[in-house]
Write a protein that binds this ligand. Structure first.
Ligand SMILES: *Cc1c(COP(=O)(O)O)cnc(C)c1O
Length: 308
């Protein structure tokens, strides 16, 4: 309870957490590192785990976008102390809403179980014994049935996304100003929840990202803007300045937080990143050609579009 999240800048090439920048932010009150395997590619887990070991920190992997993604041949979500997955409607497998948490720590899993079912522990499942506070996050059997059917085709779908993404990357590399996200060498499998790229306006006659997206969408390419900067959102600032927060954290601590909340690479990425959703990568290979052709057409007409 009452943890203060400290944001680490992103890596401009891979769009993942910049693991080289974690250690300078660690202090005696740091408890855990939460790497996000963004887009289904893997964060640099060698570097994350090295810092965690050195400073005795927990690692909570956000693998919500990364079903079957791998780091050096091991599935992500199994490398840290626990892994979180989501079954929300946009995800590679989904039941509308829902999620899962995995861990080798049996005691932790029992607490998760209790929390998700109103504080009733598994050992009391028939006795209504309450041992902790919790809430109702139970999944229905209807949802489980929908997920089981999707699990059967997850491997085949993941393979198809990988193949189409590799082909699309070979096409997009030829277009100046379109820079697909690089993967770390240790990322031996990418789940491609998102096909991520950086848009360089200068190579498109200065067209803004909004103009670019509007133009490519008119060509039938469902590219959209990436996430905004969570660490710069107004609600976060107002929360930090709220009275409740000021009781929990000293003014010096909050001032230091604001100073540390300096993320130039992420600020740039939130202005430049565009992505295609995972379902595009389940289309035919010829669709990848059409995506590249659509973007190329916009580039050819960039000067005219930028003038409008
Ligand atoms: C979807 C998602 C979440 C949240 O999952 P919910 O099931 O909607 O709570 C968290 N992290 C990432 C990276 C996600 O993509």
């Amino acid at each position: 309870q009452h943890a203060l999240p400290v944001f680490v800048d992103s890596d401009i090439e891979t769009f993942q957490i910049d693991a080289r920048k974690i250690e300078p932010l660690v202090n005696e009150r740091t408890k855990a590192i939460i790497p996000v395997h963004l887009g289904g590619s893997a964060a640099d887990m060698d570097a994350v785990l090295a810092v965690a070991r050195k400073h005795n920190l927990l690692v909570i992997e956000d693998a919500c976008q990364a079903w079957l993604a791998q780091w050096r041949g091991r599935n992500v979500g199994r490398l840290g102390n626990c892994g979180c997955f989501s079954f929300q409607a946009s995800k590679n497998i989904n039941s509308g809403e829902g999620g899962a948490i995995i861990s080798d720590d049996q005691e932790f899993i029992e607490r998760c179980f209790g929390f998700h079912t109103q504080g009733r522990m598994r050992k009391f499942s028939n006795e209504f014994g309450y041992e902790m506070s919790g809430t109702n996050l139970r999944m229905t059997e209807f949802q489980a049935a929908v997920l089981l059917a999707q699990l059967k085709r997850l491997e085949a779908h993941t393979k198809k996304r990988e193949d189409n993404a590799a082909y699309l990357t070979s096409l997009l590399r030829e277009i100046p100003g379109v820079v697909p996200a690089r993967m770390y060498d240790g990322c031996t499998r990418n789940a491609y929840h998102l096909y991520m790229l950086r848009y360089e306006s200068g190579k498109f006659a200065g067209m803004t990202r909004e103009q670019f997206l509007k133009a490519v969408r008119a060509e039938g390419v469902p590219l959209s803007a990436g996430y905004g900067p969570l660490n710069k959102s107004p609600f976060l600032k107002s929360t930090l300045q709220s009275r409740g927060f000021r009781r929990l954290f000293s003014a010096e601590r909050i001032a230091r937080w604001e100073e540390q909340n300096h993320t130039p690479a992420n600020d740039r990425l939130t202005r430049e990143v565009c992505w295609l959703p995972q379902n595009c990568l389940l289309a035919e290979r010829s669709t990848m050609d059409q995506i590249a052709e659509g973007i190329l057409k916009v580039q050819e007409h960039a000067a005219e579009i930028a003038r409008v």
